[in-house]
Structure formats: C-alpha cells, structure tokens
Design a protein around this ligand. Structure first.
Ligand code: CAA
Length: 283
C-alpha cells in the first residue's frame, strides 16, 4: 500500500502540526478546512515553525521552500479524490466526525485509508459511518505535533492488517513512534492523563492549594515538563471537558466525573491559551 499523497482535514493546532510533519517527511499534503482563512492561518503557523528551524540551522532556506511547495490548499472535501490517506483532525465531536467520514468515503479513492486523530472517540463507531470500515483507523498525535514522538494507533473492529501496517510504516516515516492500543474510550493516553488533570482541577476547586502550587508540585515533584493546569490550558479546557465526558459516559464510572470548576470555566468561555484565559491569563 503506497502512500504518497496525504489530505489533512482541519487546519487548527493539531491539523497544522500533522500537515507540517507530513510535508517535512516528503509527502504532498492537501491542507483542508472549511474556510480559506483558516487554511491560511494554519499554513502561517507552519511557515513560522519552519523559519525557526532555518534560524536554528536545522534546515536550509531552500529546504523550507521545498517543504512549503508540497502543500495544496483545500476548502472542499472532494479533494479527497487525490489522497492515498486522509487524516482527519477536525473538532472533537462524534457527530461532526461521522458526517466528515461519510463524505470522505464518497470522494476518496477505493484504496484510500481514512484515519482520525480523535483523542478519545470510538474508531469503530466513526468507521461505521463509511462503507469501508476496513480502511478506517485511529492515528492519535500529541500536541505539539512537531515535538512529541508518540502516535497512538487504534484499530477499529474491522480495520485490515494491511491498513495497520501501512499506517505504522507511515508513522515511522514521520520520525514518530507508533504504539498500538485498543479501541476503548480515551485509549491509553487520555485515560491516564485526563483523570490526572481533572484531579488537579479538583484540588484547586477544593482549595487544597493555589494553581501555581499545584503546577509546581507536579513539575518539580514528578518531573513533568508542564504542571497539569498549565497543560490543561495548553490542550484547551473544552477539549479536556469533552474527553472527561467521553470517559464518564463510556465507562459509566463516577471516577471520571468532570470537576464542576472545569465545567464552569468552559461555560465562561475560559478555554485556556487559545481564548486568552483559562486557569492562567495569556496576554
Ligand atoms: N510547535 C512546534 N515546536 C514547538 C512548539 C510548537 N507549538 N512548542 C515548542 N516547540 C519546540 C521549540 O521550538 C523547542 O525546539 P528545540 O528544542 O528543537 O529548539 C522545543 O519544542 C522546546 O520548546 P521550549 O524550549 O520553547 O519550551 P519547553 O522546553 O518548555 O517545551 C513543550 C515546550 C515541548 C510544549 C513542553 O513543555 C512539553 O513537553 N509539555 C508537555 C506537552 C504534552 O504533555 N503534550 C501532550 C498533551 S496531551 C495530547 O496532546 C493528547 C490529547 O489528545 C489531548
């Protein structure tokens, strides 16, 4: 199964990161979003990241230009007709993802793999929106994509072995490490990470310590690169809440109940770094 052309659906934080590492590995990349200005914004972030690599003398200016020339802007899912693999990194919402997969299934060539970067939703259910569940797979990148080595690879119930192997090989070609996990809510990464973040929010809610103190304990005491509340702001509090709700609903266990303070912040529009305010304020 030869993969040469990639389409990334969603040009936000995750989509742009995925598109960047694909183009850097030599793939031609259709970067898709609903509006041209969102695609432009994603490409702007990529160009800035590449320029930083030029400044650090990791790549030459020519190489940067060659990488940028591998992008094709797209605002139409019909462009999937050109792709060997589509990696969907749209909003974390099952209904929306299922709609996108239903459409992609109509346009993508029969051999094309349809991958989703979902962080917690069931691959088998997303695959059921298509007539090719054997070609649907989870490919969960971590944020920031250009830096983080891990990609969780999740097979749906019907995913073919050949599709898994092609995605595993592609992940390695991106200089990332694929780790296979099974199709359970939150997979491994978010089943372990999000309850820790949620618990950190509870310690703040219950007045156990200040936000700075909670982050300092986890940074200095556990050697985490970021404290859990800073990390929650970085991921997005809406995403954290959605994942906790997915875990809570999926397992039906109260230990996954989202902290009321997390809900309150999301309701207030305090979504973290992207909205300028979460647990911390971002100028
Ligand atoms: N895009 C590209 N590169 C970035 C970047 C970004 N957004 N942010 C930082 N970098 C690069 C920097 O250029 C720098 O590169 P070099 O070392 O090659 O020069 C390197 O990362 C380190 O950056 P900084 O020195 O500026 O900052 P730092 O040392 O504090 O590292 C960090 C920043 C890598 C984000 C680090 O704080 C970290 O690892 N944090 C934890 C991240 C994490 O846990 N991610 C997983 C989130 S959960 C998830 O993604 C799953 C989900 O489904 C929710």
């Amino acid at each position: 199964m030869q993969i040469e052309k990639v389409m990334v659906v969603g040009a936000g934080q995750m989509g742009a990161g995925i598109a960047q590492v694909c183009a850097q590995a030599g793939y031609q990349v259709y970067l898709n979003d609903m509006k041209e200005d969102i695609v432009e914004k994603g490409l702007g972030v990529i160009a800035k990241n590449l320029e930083r690599q030029v400044q650090k003398e990791r790549i030459s200016s020519d190489e940067k230009e060659r990488i940028l020339a591998r992008f094709i802007k797209s605002i139409d899912l019909k462009d999937a007709k050109n792709a060997d693999i589509v990696i969907e990194a749209a909003v974390e919402n099952l209904k929306i993802k299922m709609q996108i997969f239903e459409e992609l299934d109509q346009y993508a060539p029969a051999h094309a793999i349809l991958a989703t970067n979902t962080s917690s939703l069931p691959i088998t259910e997303i695959a059921a929106a298509t007539k090719r569940p054997e070609k649907v797979i989870g490919m969960h990148f971590m944020n920031p994509v250009p830096v983080m080595k891990l990609v969780e690879i999740i097979r749906g119930l019907a995913t073919e072995g050949e599709v898994y192997e092609a995605v595993e090989a592609m992940t390695e070609s991106l200089k990332k490490v694929p780790v296979e996990v099974n199709d359970f809510p939150g997979f491994v990464s978010n089943r372990v990470l999000m309850p820790m973040i949620n618990e950190a929010v509870y310690t703040l809610y219950e007045g156990v310590a200040t936000k700075e103190a909670i982050d300092e304990v986890m940074k200095l005491g556990m050697n985490h690169p970021m404290g859990p509340l800073t990390l929650a702001d970085f991921i997005g509090l809406d995403t954290c809440l959605y994942i906790m709700e997915t875990l809570h609903e999926g397992f039906g266990d109260d230990k996954y109940r989202p902290c009321p303070l997390l809900r309150k912040y999301v309701k207030a529009g305090w979504l973290g770094k992207k909205s300028g305010r979460g647990f911390y304020v971002y100028p």
